[in-house]
Design a binder for this molecule. Structure first.
Ligand code: PXP
Length: 252
């Protein structure tokens, strides 16, 4: 098994912005700040930061990605769909890498990754344009041999294997083994075709160790479970801080 190098962690900070937008949508302010979250993640040793600028701007906003570009000294991975507006932003922003993901139903394969095989010519043109701007390209695809062959023909530098089905079926041992076998075979195939292999979606503190039996992994992109864990690892300190503040009541 090719285990050369450390397995890298890209932290997806979208859900920090989700929490902010739940209270401050439409106002260019508010907490928690995803850029501050990115700084903390990098300070804790994360290798990169991932943010998804969605067409509907449901969490990350334009100002966030520009501030992230300034703040992130590590690798900035912009998840995006290939619409003209977002492509223009990426060309100006120059993240280190873009990960192309589906946002519209017709871009999605049956299990949820990008349908690279169904739009090879358009994705190859986009891949060239991004590379010309000094930006690497990753395609978020299912562990499906057809999609991996298409990714190689498109010339993307990376694929990100969609681990959602594995995560969903983790508690059913037979289904979990099937999904894991698909991921392992996809990683081998992609590596053999010269693609570098990332993985992500639905990974958490329980389902990660089994995934380590997959060869050739370069980076994992993990968001929801880390942000969820942070709520509990930080809640006691936050309550203590509030009580300390309240203890000043009546003293002045
Ligand atoms: N990778 C991609 C391409 C994603 O779109 C996402 C967010 O859905 C993730 C990784 C992170 O997934 P999660 O938040 O479930 O860890």
């Amino acid at each position: 098994m090719d285990t050369a190098g450390t397995l890298k962690l890209g932290v997806n900070i979208d859900h920090v912005a989700t929490l902010r937008e739940a209270r401050y949508r439409g106002r260019a302010l508010g907490e928690p700040d995803p850029v501050e979250a990115a700084r903390l993640c990098l300070g804790a040793g994360a290798h990169g930061i991932t943010a998804h600028l969605r067409e509907d701007r449901r969490h990350i906003q334009d100002r966030d990605v520009w501030r992230l570009r300034e703040a992130v000294r590590g690798r900035l991975n912009l998840e995006m769909t290939h619409t003209p507006e977002i492509v223009e932003i990426a060309c100006r922003l120059k993240p280190d890498i873009v990960c192309l993901v589906p946002e519209r139903r017709q871009e999605v394969t049956t299990e949820g990754g990008l349908d690279a095989a169904g739009q090879e010519a358009a994705l190859a043109a986009l891949r060239r344009r991004m590379n010309d701007h000094g930006i690497e390209v990753s395609l978020f695809i299912d562990a499906d041999p057809r999609q991996i062959e298409a990714a190689a023909r498109i010339g993307s530098q990376f694929i990100e294997i969609h681990t959602g089905a594995y995560a969903e079926r983790f508690h059913d041992p037979a289904a979990r083994a099937r999904e894991l076998a698909k991921i392992q075979s996809a990683a081998r195939q992609a590596h053999g075709l010269g693609l570098r292999v990332n993985a992500g979606h639905g990974l958490n503190y329980q389902n990660l160790p089994d995934l380590f039996r997959t060869p050739h992994l370069v980076e994992l992109n993990i968001g929801h479970s880390i942000v969820s864990r942070a709520v509990f690892s930080g809640l006691e300190a936050a309550v203590r801080e509030m009580l300390a503040l309240m203890s000043a009541y009546g003293r002045s």
